[in-house]
Design a protein around this ligand. Structure first.
Ligand code: GLU
Length: 298
C-alpha cells in the first residue's frame, strides 16, 4: 500500500470512561496508522442511547487529549449517520437478504437463530426486528495478530439482527457502513470483537463494500481472567498518570518502553519501535492480586 493511503480508526462506544482495554485499542490503532504514514480517525459510536452514560463521550475525548492522541480529522458521531445506515438496510432488503422477525429474546433458544421467521412470520405475529440471511459457506480472513479465521455464520450465529426491535440499527451494520464511508483500510481493535468480524465481512460483501484488513489486539484481563470492562473500578487509565498508563499499554502490546522520559519522548520511542509483529496474541492480567498494575513500566 502506498504511504499515506492507510486509514485507521478508534471507535469507542460512549458507555463509560476510557478503560485500559480501550486505551490499548487506541494506542495500537494510532501507532499502526503512524507506522504506515496514514490517517488516524476517531468515531464515537453513539448508536445505542439506552446504554449510553451521559458525558462519557466527552470524557473519552478529553482522555485521548491527555494522552496526546489527537485524531487527524474531526470526530465523527455515529448517531448523525442514521440516513446512511437506513440506506444500507434498503440495499440489503432490495437484494432479498432481510426478513422481519417476531421472536422475542425469551422465545429464542441459546445458540444460533433457529430460523423461526426466515420463511415468513408465524400467523398472527408482527415483525419486531429485521434479520439478514446468512450463507452456509464459511467466511474466511487472516487477522494480522490472531492468524487465519474461518467461521460459518449459519453455525455460529445464524441469521442475525441488523435492525433491533427498538428500531435502532445494529452495531454490526453501522460499523461496516461507517468504516467504508471513512475509507478505513485497517481495523485495529480488541480481540473481544474478533467473533463479530465474520458478520462484518459478510455484510461488506453483501453491500459491495471493500473489506479492510484486521488486527485484533490481545484482551486485557482482570486477576480472575475476566475481560476488563468499563464497569471495573480499579483502572490504570484513571488511577495512573498518562505517562505510566501509556507505558503499561505499550508493555501490554509487547513494546515495553524505557522507563525515563516524558509523554512526548515515550510517544517518539513508540513510533520509532512499533512493530505489529511483536504484539502478542494473548494478553495477560493487567492487575496483580494486590490490585496493582502488572504492566507498570517504572
Ligand atoms: N464501539 C465498539 C466498542 O466500543 C467498537 C467498535 C469497533 O472497534 O469496531 O466496543
Amino acid at each position: 500500500m502506498p504511504r499515506g493511503s492507510y486509514t485507521g480508526r478508534f471507535a469507542p462506544s460512549p458507555t463509560g470512561d476510557l478503560h485500559f482495554g480501550s486505551l490499548v485499542a487506541a494506542v495500537g490503532s494510532f501507532l499502526q496508522a503512524r507506522a504506515h504514514g496514514g490517517r488516524w480517525l476517531v468515531r464515537i459510536e453513539d448508536l445505542d442511547p439506552p446504554r449510553e452514560v451521559p458525558g462519557s463521550a466527552e470524557r473519552i475525548l478529553e482522555d485521548l487529549e491527555r494522552f496526546q492522541l489527537s485524531p487527524d480529522e474531526t470526530v465523527v458521531w455515529q448517531g448523525t449517520r442514521r440516513a446512511a445506515h437506513e440506506a444500507a438496510l434498503d440495499q440489503l432488503a432490495a437484494a432479498g437478504l432481510l426478513f422481519p422477525c417476531a421472536c422475542t429474546r425469551a422465545e429464542l433458544p441459546p445458540g444460533p437463530y433457529p430460523g423461526t421467521c426466515r420463511e415468513g412470520l408465524p400467523p398472527g405475529r408482527k415483525g419486531r426486528a429485521l434479520r439478514v440471511r446468512v450463507p452456509g459457506d464459511p467466511i474466511r480472513f487472516v487477522d494480522g495478530v490472531q492468524g487465519p479465521v474461518s467461521e460459518s455464520l449459519a453455525e455460529c450465529c445464524g441469521d442475525f439482527v441488523v435492525r433491533r426491535a427498538d428500531g435502532l440499527v445494529a452495531y454490526q451494520l453501522a460499523v461496516v457502513v461507517d468504516d467504508a464511508w471513512q475509507g478505513v483500510t485497517e481495523i485495529v481493535r480488541g480481540a473481544d470483537l474478533l467473533d463479530s468480524t465474520p458478520r462484518q465481512v459478510f455484510l461488506q460483501r453483501a453491500l459491495g463494500l471493500p473489506t479492510p484488513s484486521y488486527l485484533h489486539l490481545p484482551l486485557a484481563r482482570d486477576p480472575e481472567g475476566r475481560k476488563l470492562s468499563k464497569s471495573l473500578g480499579a483502572d490504570p487509565v484513571r488511577s495512573m498518570p498518562p505517562l505510566d498508563a501509556l507505558g503499561a499499554a505499550l508493555a501490554f502490546l509487547g513494546h515495553a518502553p524505557p522507563p525515563h522520559g516524558d509523554l512526548e519522548a515515550r510517544w517518539a520511542w513508540a513510533r520509532e519501535h512499533w512493530d505489529a509483529g511483536r504484539v502478542p496474541r494473548e494478553g495477560g492480567a493487567v492487575f496483580g492480586a494486590d490490585g496493582q498494575a502488572v504492566y507498570s513500566p517504572a
